[in-house]
Design a protein around this ligand. Structure first.
Ligand code: TRP
Length: 334
């Protein structure tokens, strides 16, 4: 708890460009969470170097991600948006937690198995202990809830195991985090293959809409979006392409599937696709304008980064000092 609020923590890697799916499925819904939770959103650059990165590109992407979060509506006065590498407590706690984590547990992590298959020439120890760093992220802020996708649930589970193990030895040091199960956004699928999630890393350029796409590009992608054979705008299992477009239109306009079916009753897919594209252009426009403004204002952004980094550090140190004392490190003389 911070004050009378529960703590929410999430970490994001600055890889690739954010998609409309990231926005409608997650980001957009995070904006109001700060009313209920004390929110920390970290750009997890320590995690990023578990695979080889180009230094200047990594730095640029990290800043872009942070800017995009603000542009998407996360108020940096109400949410702590910061770089993981600016708070040394993450690495320090990760080291300690490494000593409370078993090789066998880490060996079972499916993401490790996947990533080591993909980067067979660089299976480094950081990749192996990645989940421990993630546990440190979460436990450092005594987070109560963590909004994560399905692919990260196993990492949250090991975080809980490590925290419980530590608590069993040293008393109640860590809050045991839960997955955030509150209202989540629409699950947006690929525009080219509606059985697949819309992804940042899709090779098919028409499959994903990126938050920085200009209006022409957005409209073109929706014109090319896969539809179905029924010929009518109906929300059903048998029409996954149309269902996805209805979900997108609904998320952008606040209309329900029933209202949308009615609105396009008797109209063809062509009209509908244009309307969906326009609704997406309309929500991306203010976001892109805000992004451009923020990017120009270097001083403002630097101020946010400094202030929020310091705020994160304050809470991180509170936990870290407690942990250091528990495990038996000597006290600092001031
Ligand atoms: N591993 C997460 C991912 O790839 C990112 C992450 C790092 C994270 N630390 C976290 C997510 C802590 C939630 C909480 O998506």
């Amino acid at each position: 708890m911070i004050g009378d609020k529960k703590v929410l923590f999430s970490g994001m890697q600055a890889t690739g460009n954010l998609t409309l799916g990231n926005y409608l499925g997650a980001l957009k819904n995070w904006v109001s969470l700060c009313d209920e939770y004390e929110c920390f959103y970290s750009v997890v650059d320590l995690h990023s170097i578990t695979v080889r990165q180009d230094p200047s590109e990594l730095r640029q992407r990290a800043r872009k991600l942070l800017t995009l979060y603000i542009a998407a509506g996360l108020d940096p006065k109400k949410n702590c948006l910061y770089y993981q590498s600016h708070v040394s407590g993450h690495a320090e706690l990760a080291w300690i937690l490494n000593c409370f984590t078993y090789m066998g547990e880490l060996n079972r992590m499916t993401q490790f198995k996947d990533k080591s298959a993909k980067h067979a020439d660089n299976i480094n120890a950081g990749l192996f202990t990645y989940p421990v760093l993630m546990a440190a992220d979460i436990l450092l802020y005594q987070a109560d809830v963590v909004p994560v996708g399905k692919d990260q649930l196993q990492h949250l589970e090991i975080t809980r195991d490590i925290a419980q193990r530590f608590n069993a030895i040293y008393g109640d040091v860590f809050t045991i985090p839960e997955p955030y199960l509150g209202k989540t956004g629409a699950k947006i699928m690929s525009l080219q293959d509606p059985d697949k999630k819309m992804s940042k890393s899709d090779e098919n350029a028409n499959a994903s809409v990126y938050l920085m796409d200009d209006p022409d590009t957005v409209m073109r992608k929706f014109k090319r979006a896969v539809t179905d054979s029924e010929g009518c705008v109906r929300y059903c299992e048998e029409q996954p392409g149309i269902r996805n477009l209805i979900d997108i239109y609904g998320a952008c306009t606040g209309k329900t599937p029933a209202e949308i079916e009615k609105e396009f009753d008797g109209k063809g897919y062509g009209d509908f696709k244009m309307a969906v594209g326009e609704s997406v252009v309309a929500i991306l426009k203010p976001l892109q304008e805000r992004f451009a403004e923020l990017e120009k204002d270097k001083g403002y952004l630097d101020g946010i980064i400094k202030e929020n980094g310091e705020k994160a550090e304050y809470y991180a140190l509170k936990t870290l000092r407690k942990v250091q004392k528990k495990v038996g490190f000597p006290e600092r003389i001031r």
